[in-house]
Ligand binder design. Structure first.
Ligand code: SF4
Length: 323
């Protein structure tokens, strides 16, 4: 049970109270973690373990579904998910101890389900890098990464080692080819051209790289000419894999997103309120029309129709919007 404004009892003693670094509008603090590997017991999820090196994410995406995770820290202003980021510390030893058993059982590890593992903090903290180095020391691991961060290219060496020895895929999230719009939606994430270049470099390095078209924002990023251009640019980078999902809205992301929408796209506010009244996810004709359009565009641009990542990630809710 989350008490508004009160950290969960198991987290309170682990949370650093001092800001260890400030960068622009973002304050960083430390949080001690026993292990980076968190078991995910939901049978609906395609992975068994999640790894989130940070709590909070400075990329600032307006639609970020993970804002609720700050409520466990007693932070009930959802915008603070982006301005108060906790860096996990002290987890290396226990993570390294647990990892061999996870790999032995063939369990899928998802890196970056509730934070971006390559957000700016990673440049210095290197929590993601250390985890990847651990994985690289093994064979036959199963690892999936979702990110928007160009910093992933720093780790190409270790990613290539994992690719050679294990199963690895990387999905780079991008919802629109339009730089102006993306700046409004994902204010501190790299612009579209950079993310497409990241896809290209990953692909050229032999990594199974793909586009994470998630979340599609009704009326804002769902027009066919834009998606056509986006898939065309991704295909031009040599990449032919992708997954797609539609905006998932639950509290506190819903309130946060609708506040932003009221300022930036007030003409859509009423339609969103109606469409998402009493539901967190759009189904029915909208979802079907969008699915058909994306299938058509995938065929047009030569995307692979069936892939494990897409089937795994196209789950209806929750982490189906990963992230
Ligand atoms: S959607 Fe992903 S990249 Fe954006 S703020 Fe949330 S966790 Fe970070």
């Amino acid at each position: 049970m989350i008490k508004p404004g009160v950290p969960a009892p198991n987290l309170a003693p682990l949370m650093g109270t001092q800001t260890v670094r400030e960068q622009g509008v973002v304050s960083y603090r430390e949080i001690r973690a026993r292990s980076l590997l968190n078991r995910c017991d939901s049978p609906r999820m395609p992975f068994t373990w999640t790894v989130n090196p940070y709590r909070g994410c400075a990329m600032g995406c307006r639609y970020c579904y993970a804002a609720y995770t700050h409520e466990f820290l007693g932070i009930d202003v959802p915008e603070q998910f982006h301005s108060l980021v906790y860096v996990k510390t002290g987890a290396d030893e226990e993570t390294a101890r647990r990892l061999p058993a996870v790999i032995r059982k063939g369990e899928l590890i998802a890196l970056g389900t509730a934070t971006d593992p390559y957000q700016p903090a990673e440049g210095e903290a290197r929590v993601t890098r250390r985890f990847l180095e651990m994985v690289a020391g093994h064979r036959d691991a199963r690892l999936g990464i979702v990110t928007k961060g160009a910093l992933i290219l720093r780790d190409l060496d270790v990613l290539q080692t994992i690719h050679r020895r294990s199963s690895l895929w990387v999905r780079v999230s991008l919802v629109s080819p339009h730089a102006d719009l993306v700046r409004r939606l994902d204010p501190w994430a790299p612009p579209p051209a950079v993310r497409i270049e990241v896809l290209k470099r990953l692909h050229e390095a032999g990594i199974d790289a793909g586009l994470g078209l998630a979340p599609v924002l009704p009326a804002i990023t769902d027009d066919e000419p834009s998606l056509d251009r986006l898939l065309g640019e991704v295909a031009g980078a040599g990449v032919r894999r992708m997954f797609m999902n539609v905006l998932f809205l639950r509290s506190p992301t819903k309130e946060k997103y609708l506040r932003w929408l009221a300022q930036e796209f007030p003409r859509y506010l009423e339609a969103y309120e109606r469409a998402y009244a009493g539901r967190v996810y759009l189904r029915g004709p909208y979802r079907e029309r969008l699915g058909e359009m994306v299938r058509r565009l995938k065929r047009k641009h030569g995307f692979i129709d069936e892939e494990r990542g897409e089937r795994a990630l196209a789950l209806p809710e929750q982490l189906g919007l990963w992230p």
